[in-house]
Design a binder for this molecule. Sequence first.
Ligand SMILES: Cc1cc2nc3c(=O)[nH]c(=O)nc-3n(C[C@H](O)[C@H](O)[C@H](O)COP(=O)(O)OP(=O)(O)OC[C@H]3O[C@@H](n4cnc5c(N)ncnc54)[C@H](O)[C@@H]3O)c2cc1C
Length: 461
Amino acid sequence: MEKDFLIIGAGLTGLTTAFALKQKGFSVAVLEKNDYVGGQIRTLAERGFLFESGPNTGVISSIEVSDLFDELQPDCEVEFAKPEAESRRIWKDGKFHPLPNGLWGGITTPLFTFSDKFRILGEPFRAKGTNPDESVASLAARRLGKSFVDYAVNPFLSGIYAGDPNMLITRHALPKLYNLEQNYGSFIGGSIAKAKEKKAALKNGEKTFKKGIFSIKSGLSRLPEALAKRIGSENVFLSVNGISILPKDENHSWITIFAENGEKKTLQSQHVVFTVGAYALPDLMPFIDEAIMRKITNIRYAPIVQAAVGIDDRDRLDFKAFGGLVSSKDGEDVLGILFPSACFDGRAPEKGALFSFFMGGIQRPDIFDRDDAQLENIVVREFHRMLKFPAAKNPDFIRLFRHKHAIPQYEISTDERLEAVSIAESRFSGLHILGNLRDGIGMANRMEQGLRFAEKMIRQI
Ligand SMILES: Cc1cc2nc3c(=O)[nH]c(=O)nc-3n(C[C@H](O)[C@H](O)[C@H](O)COP(=O)(O)OP(=O)(O)OC[C@H]3O[C@@H](n4cnc5c(N)ncnc54)[C@H](O)[C@@H]3O)c2cc1C
């Protein structure tokens, strides 16, 4: 077999990369160790509930991703979240409170202290930071005040990174926020200026697209499945093991030997693209110098347990929100609870409700090692305490999913890692290291990375 590009991993990054390269006329092959495509993305159905074992929703915020979804029709139909999803709740003092999005809500909310609410009026006039490695907690405390860190930024980061605001570096973890301060001097002033710029760009004919929180009709798995269909089943190898990759020398291609269902195969390619997590790279790339590999893999991953929790009859309880998030400051077992059936159709029976509990994270790694019975006890306890179901009412089903390497943490080691990736790529012609160890952790980031990589290749080759 001979291909232009060999891609390792059939998660969203690998599949988008292969799809985009194929669209540009390159021949591709994808190798995946699982017997299904999608990696962390997986939709399951049971008892009238449609639930996700990994990510529940993503955010479309670029034209490239919007265009990709257009191309994947009709196999993958985007479903935007209902307006209810704009409402978020934050856990404080034994109760979920709405995160305020208006002036009155902002004044009356118990989430933030009076002095911080008053202090926020001065945000546009505060000096901008000078430390490029400032943590999210430090930057937010400096501009907004500590109670905003505790009950807005911290729960927000629990929801996105399952991470520690004191360890995540803003420039890498939340680059848009970092640039807002650096380029415009303030969050408030920057947001206003950006909205004006957007308006002007639209007036000048910039193409519009629908932004927002998305899932896919019939579940997120339809996205990797639609990409794989277009790549072609003859180019996607599943249940692959024993991958051995020999770098190309001046005259030869990369040679990859692997077994598919016990059958040994050899593939030659001009390029090899890795899209697996950093933890999987050392075994696949023994040809990389150990000191360089140590820097590439110098990244922590938050371990997460997700529980899909269903109830056949929600008993008139109201869950009209995206979900509730919890600050790590409060030492709870739960990072947050999403309400998928409030945001999307067909996730639960008509009178029922579906919840997605997230537990663990970088600050509570102990949760990951608990056994199933202990985890179910946490879910049932919080089902009553946080979601306020009466004591006599229990979930009708609970399904647990463990993700040891759920979310990479863009901490202080990031610059060193990115530099080591560049060095490795420059030493081996045709070597490319993509995946979520760089360029963002969300599904939209993964798609953008694959699409941009294919664009770069067409310019270079
Ligand atoms: C619990 C959880 C919740 C999340 N929530 C959200 C969310 O709400 N919104 C959002 O946008 N994102 C969310 N994410 C992140 C999102 O799921 C990821 O950004 C995305 O799915 C990662 O895709 P990927 O292809 O980079 O990696 P992966 O999905 O990990 O794919 C890598 C692939 O490589 C394969 N592989 C590994 N080793 C080998 C090997 N040796 N040989 C062959 N194949 C190999 C793996 O089996 C896998 O299929 C969440 C993730 C998790 C785990």
